[in-house]
Design a protein around this ligand. Structure first.
Ligand SMILES: Nc1ncnc2c1ncn2[C@@H]1O[C@H](COP(=O)(O)OP(=O)(O)OP(=O)(O)O)[C@@H](O)[C@H]1O
Length: 225
C-alpha cells in the first residue's frame, strides 16, 4: 500500500482560481519525489494538501489507505508528528541563536534527547554550521538560514520531509551540500517530497520527478528524461 495517495485532487481558491486540476499520484514509503514546474504551477498547494494545511475542493487524499476526509484533528496532529516541513520563508526565530532555534524545535516535537548539547552540535556540524551555533539567526546569510530551516525540520527525526523550494537563496556549492544531505537522509530511510526549480537538483535525479503546469500534472518526467 502506498504511504500517501492522491486521487483526482482539485483545488480551487476563491473566488474561482483553479490551482490544481485532477491530480492523481501515489507516493511510496521511502520515495524521493521531486515536484517541479513553473512559478504558480501549484507545487506549494500540492504540498499544503499533503500536510493537511489546505483541503481539496474535490478529490481525496489517503494516508496509509485512510481518507484524509475521515481523519480527526488528533489524527492530523499524529500525522504531522511524522513530517518535518521546510517552508519557503523558513519561519525561524530571528532574535534567537541557531542553537536555541534547534532546542525549541526539539521541545515542540517533545523529542527527548540524552546529552542535548552534544546532539545539537553534532547536527550543526553535519550542516557545517557548528561554528555559528551562538549567533542570532538574523546575523546569518539567507543561505545559512535556509540550511538551518532544513536542519530544524530534520532534527526531530521525522520519517517524512516536505521541502518547498528549500534552496532558493543558496549558492551552487550550498545547493550541492543540501542535496547530498537529502540523498544521505533518503538512504537512511526518510521519505522526501521536494518542490524545486533548481536544475542542479533535477540533474542529480535523486528519485521520481513530476512536473506541474497550471495545476495539471503534465507528465511524469521520468518517462521522458
Ligand atoms: N491562498 C490562496 N488564495 C488564492 N490563490 C492562491 C492561494 N495560494 C495560492 N494561490 C494561487 O494558486 C496558484 C498556485 O500557487 P502555488 O503557490 O501552489 O504555486 P507554486 O507552483 O508553488 O509557485 P512558486 O514556484 O512561485 O512557489 C498561484 O496562481 C497562486 O496565486
Amino acid at each position: 500500500m502506498s504511504l500517501i495517495k492522491l486521487e483526482d485532487l482539485t483545488k480551487i481558491y476563491p473566488p474561482y482560481y483553479k490551482a490544481l486540476h485532477k491530480i492523481s499520484l501515489e507516493i511510496q514509503k521511502n520515495a524521493f519525489l521531486l515536484i517541479t514546474g513553473p512559478t504558480g504551477a501549484g507545487k506549494t498547494t500540492l504540498l499544503k494538501l499533503i500536510y493537511a494545511q489546505e483541503k481539496p475542493t474535490e478529490g481525496e487524499l489517503y494516508w496509509e489507505g485512510v481518507p484524509y476526509s475521515e481523519l480527526r484533528y488528533k489524527d492530523i496532529i499524529g500525522i504531522r508528528k511524522n513530517i518535518g516541513i521546510v517552508f519557503q520563508d523558513h519561519k525561524l526565530f530571528s532574535e534567537l541563536s541557531l542553537y536555541e532555534n534547534l532546542e525549541i524545535a526539539l521541545a515542540l516535537a517533545r523529542k527527548k534527547v540524552k546529552k542535548i548539547k552534544f546532539f545539537i552540535y553534532e547536527w550543526l556540524e553535519r550542516f557545517n554550521l557548528a561554528h555559528k551555533a551562538k549567533k542570532k539567526v538574523k546575523e546569518l546569510s539567507g543561505g545559512e538560514q535556509q540550511k538551518l530551516g532544513i536542519l530544524r525540520a530534520i532534527i526531530k527525526d521525522p520519517s517524512i520531509l516536505i521541502l518547498d523550494e528549500p534552496t532558493g537563496n543558496l549558492d551552487p556549492f550550498s545547493i550541492g551540500e543540501v542535496i547530498d544531505l537529502l540523498i544521505a537522509l533518503h538512504k537512511e530511510g526518510k521519505t522526501i517530497l521536494l518542490s524545486t526549480h533548481d536544475p542542479t537538483i533535477i540533474a542529480k535525479r535523486p528519485g521520481q520527478i513530476i512536473m506541474l503546469n497550471r495545476g495539471e500534472l503534465v507528465k511524469d518526467v521520468d518517462i521522458y528524461w
